[in-house]
Design a protein around this ligand. Structure first.
Ligand code: MN
Length: 291
């Protein structure tokens, strides 16, 4: 009897599309392969694989748009993003840092390359993750968690073989930085060539790994750069050997077993709630933000 999690599929990066003019993303889910509930509580994974942006005076990005009913988590591997919202909040997400934004009841925001980064141009690599909220928290007040790299939990592998940065959840007794509404784990496993790492998640947790850098053998299967490994809900253990210097984004969480009604940036339980969200935006209830 083995309690190894079986790999269900390893997905190559789908053809990218632009979000605004600043993010060139591969959408790993939700789509025809991984549906809206398959990775719950994670609803969406957009991956901006490495791309070189040419210098530009006017920063590229995404203009003013609303969100309601969930959280957006932006993980910066290369490059810098500035954000502004209708609550008057603003900030910069820098290389190695994470912004965990609870949109919940709703806000308007815009996301652009940081001015100085835009001016110089350079390598850009980011993840945006949407984390669903259960019905009882969908209308909570919006909030931010600016998680700089030094705030993350750190589990150092023995023998200087790398580090697991715990963004949310817990790993080997080390707690993550983010507070979350439901039980979930988000790690950056930064492994040196030959590093061996074992992780355990409950079998009913939905679990996946994005290979952000390098490549690894995961449960004895080759996982190349920019691929997403989806696990079946059948075991607990994941065994990883880094084939080279590697960065893995590890996602695992307890599914939220509620209906989903999603339209664009609104992630609710019913279509009436989506309609309400659209009406509330028109009525100015999400506040005001200039482009
Ligand atoms: Mn957004």
């Amino acid at each position: 009897m083995s309690n190894i999690k079986t790999i269900e599929t390893i997905i190559a990066p789908p053809p990218p599309h632009m979000v605004g003019d600043g993010f060139r993303v591969h959408n790993f889910f939700p789509n025809n392969v991984i549906d809206k509930k398959r990775m719950s509580p994670f609803f969406l994974l957009d991956y901006n694989s490495k791309v070189e942006f040419t210098p530009r005076e006017e920063p590229r990005g995404v203009g003013v748009h609303p969100h309601r009913g969930f959280e957006t988590v932006t993980i910066a591997y290369h490059g810098q993003v500035a954000h502004h919202d209708s609550g008057g909040n603003s900030g910069v997400i820098r290389e190695g840092d994470v912004q965990w934004m609870t949109a919940a009841s709703g806000l308007l925001h815009k996301e652009y390359h940081e001015k100085e980064f835009s001016r110089k141009g350079g390598l850009f690599q980011m993840v945006q993750l949407w984390v669903n909220l259960p019905a009882k928290y969908k209308m909570s007040p919006p909030k931010y968690q600016e998680i700089t790299n030094s705030m993350m939990g750190r589990y150092d592998l023995p023998g200087d073989k790398g580090v697991v940065e715990i963004i949310a959840g817990e790993f080997n007794g080390v707690k993550g930085a983010a507070s979350t509404f439901t039980p979930l784990q988000v790690y950056n496993a930064k492994l040196k060539k030959g590093a061996v790492l074992e992780m355990d998640f409950p079998s009913f947790y939905n679990t996946g790994i994005l290979v952000v850098e390098g490549s690894a053998s995961i449960n004895n299967t080759a996982a190349p750069a920019d691929h997403f490994v989806l696990f079946k809900n059948d075991g607990e253990k994941i065994q990883i050997t880094a084939s080279e210097d590697t960065i893995l984004l590890v996602l695992s969480g307890e599914p939220i077993d509620e209906p989903i009604a999603q339209y664009g940036p609104f992630l609710m339980n019913t279509w009436a709630e989506v309609e309400q969200a659209i009406n509330d935006v028109s009525a100015g209830k999400f506040g005001v933000l200039e482009d």
